[in-house]
Unconditional design. Structure first.
Lengths: 337, 255
């Protein structure tokens, strides 16, 4: 019983995931719904990772798409080079089994490189704040996009493809919806990691930076260290989401990672509530579903959604959850320390 | 071994000399007061000692270690904590969290411990919470542990800020105008509190204050600063009758 209670959320999440994967495998869930579920997972990673910086740390980063792009390209290039026969990179280097085993590793590699690019924002943030830092994040977004556009080896502005072959290679080994499996795993891990980070005294250092940076530095918080940690964690997770996104789509081009994409993620964060992890998860789910429901409206979608945002900001500026968590709404039986 | 030693400290901001040639030797256990008219450079000296400003010239040694040039959080870890003239609590966090986070420098665990919840994490986190709760109980704030500081009365916010400084296990506590904005009964309580903290925690306190009741009641030695320079230094009753001090506060008095 103790075991069950301790890991109740994990057990529920794993059961839920197994249900989805099994449903997808048996084709009870059609391909379109599967795709929407995968987008929801990716958007949860994106909004909750941006929430570390924009919500918990109180900075204004509007270049999240830059980090998504780095992760997407690094993971895709690695996978296509290693596991697929490609015009530029030649025949596959490793076999299908390796594709399956090394896919999470390439995702993590994408995340790692993205977190290093995150340093481009973290280091200026030591003595720049607010609007000025926002401009730097915007610049990093453009630097990444232009750099990719000018690298002809990986397709430049035309884009990069071949990831479908990697996914097919994985499915040749064992025919289950692998992308769904990996997205469910990494979504769960992301929420888990961020929750543990921001609920520890160590992670709460970034909330102290938001509340009063000078007081935080003078009262023993290593603000530079914490900013590096927060920016790298945030951009690293965005990179992982990028890798997953690239493999779901099978094709990426620099045009998918513009300021528009960054804005979309920001909308999810502010919709859910800054500094609320459950808010980010809820808003990612709602926003993705809303986008799909309004698809028949075509271009008018981009009139209706911003209008809804304006109304939300007018009548509930703190977002759906404010800075509370779902658990705050249930009376706690006993206090844990 | 001297406790806190400041030699020839000078701080210039552009053309303005905020502190000039300030030298001061603070032995352990003595409670000095730093007073002076507005803009005399008192808070600047505190800001230099806690590492927020880097002085133009001069040297500060704390327990014989030079601290000029160190980052503020490092200096706090060495054992210097402070409160602020205008209260600077982290107002959207609980009082308990405020006290926990001020121990951030001595946490002793990092990101991976926090994510994996290692045994080191549990042990350290328990220590931090116990220390915070213990302090809140001692300062009679335990009923407010889960409240946000901004919802507390002003005098109590001051107490929380002092508790937050104490949570970082300081050897030297710098209080920047702790009585500012307090009513007279709160000032009485503050005077008792300062005396009690000295005994209870065995730490050295250095005080900036305008309220003469506090200064005359708690300080054993008074340094008077005017235009960044020391104009008088001595026991309270000598300072009260010092002509230069009277002149600095009231202007020239003609016979």
């Amino acid at each position: 019983m103790h075991f069950l209670r301790k890991y109740q959320y994990w057990i529920l999440y794993i059961l839920f995931s197994l249900l989805i994967v099994f449903g997808a495998h048996q084709e009870w869930v059609d391909a379109y719904i599967q795709l929407v579920i995968m987008y929801i997972g990716i958007n949860i990673i994106l909004s909750s990772s941006l929430n570390i910086v924009n919500g918990y740390m109180g900075e204004f980063s509007c270049g999240h798409a830059g980090f998504i792009a780095v992760g997407a390209y690094v993971t895709s290039v690695l996978n296509v080079w290693l596991f697929a026969s490609d015009r530029i990179f030649g025949p596959a280097i490793l076999g299908e089994y390796w594709a399956l085993i090394l896919f999470p590793v390439t995702l993590l590699a994408g995340g790692l490189i993205a977190s290093l690019v995150g340093l481009l924002v973290a280091i200026p943030s030591f003595n720049t704040r607010g609007d000025y830092l926002a401009i730097i994040t915007l610049a990093v977004n453009y630097i990444v996009k232009s750099a990719i556009e000018n690298m002809q080896v990986i397709g430049g502005a035309r884009g990069f493809m071949g990831m479908r072959k990697v996914v097919n290679a994985m499915q040749d080994v064992w025919d289950i919806p692998w992308m769904m499996v990996f997205i469910l795993i990494f979504t769960g891990l992301t929420v888990w990691i961020i929750w543990r980070f921001v609920s520890s005294t160590y992670g709460k250092g970034i909330i102290a930076i938001r509340e009063d940076e000078v007081a935080a530095e003078i009262m023993s918080v290593n603000t530079r260290g914490m900013k590096m940690t927060a920016f790298m964690l945030s951009s690293g997770l965005a990179g992982i989401a990028g890798g997953l996104f690239a493999h779901v789509l099978g094709y990426i081009n620099p045009g998918s990672f513009t300021i528009m994409k960054s804005t979309e993620v920001m909308v999810m964060v502010y919709l859910g509530g800054m500094g609320s992890l459950s808010g980010s998860v809820i808003s990612a789910v709602l926003f993705t579903i809303l986008l799909e429901l309004l698809r028949p409206l075509q271009v008018f979608k981009w009139v209706v959604i911003p209008l809804m945002l304006i109304l939300l900001m007018m009548f509930r500026p703190e977002g759906i959850m404010g800075n509370r968590e779902i658990s705050d709404f249930f009376p706690q039986k006993s206090k844990r320390n | 071994m001297s406790f806190l030693q400041i030699n020839n400290l000078t701080q210039r901001f552009g053309g303005l000399t905020a502190v000039q040639d300030f030298s001061f030797d603070l032995p352990r256990g003595v409670l000095p007061g730093l007073i002076g008219p507005n803009g005399a450079g008192k808070t600047t000296i505190f800001n230099i000692v806690c590492g927020f400003y880097h002085p133009t010239m001069g040297e500060i040694r704390f327990e014989n270690k030079p601290i000029v040039g160190k980052r503020p959080h490092k200096i706090t870890s060495l054992g210097i904590a402070r409160t602020f003239q205008n209260i600077r609590l982290w107002s959207e966090m609980s009082v308990l969290d405020n006290l926990c986070i001020s121990q951030h420098g001595n946490l002793g665990y990092g990101l991976w411990d926090a994510i994996l919840r290692t045994s080191k994490y549990s042990a350290k986190e328990r220590d931090v919470h116990q220390n915070a709760m213990h302090l809140l109980e001692k300062l009679n704030l335990q009923d407010h542990a889960q409240k946000r500081p901004k919802n507390l009365p002003y005098g109590m916010q001051r107490r929380v800020e002092i508790a937050r400084a104490l949570a970082s296990h300081p050897k030297l506590l710098l209080l920047d105008e702790p009585a500012a904005g307090m009513n007279s009964s709160e000032v009485e309580q503050l005077i008792d509190l300062i005396g009690w903290i000295r005994k209870e925690f065995d730490i050295t306190i250095w005080l900036i204050e305008h309220d003469m009741r506090v200064v005359m009641n708690v300080c054993e030695r008074i340094i008077v600063l005017d235009f960044g320079q020391i104009i008088a230094d001595g026991p309270p009753d000598a300072i009260q009758n010092d002509l230069k001090v009277i002149k600095a506060y009231l202007g020239n008095i003609e016979e």
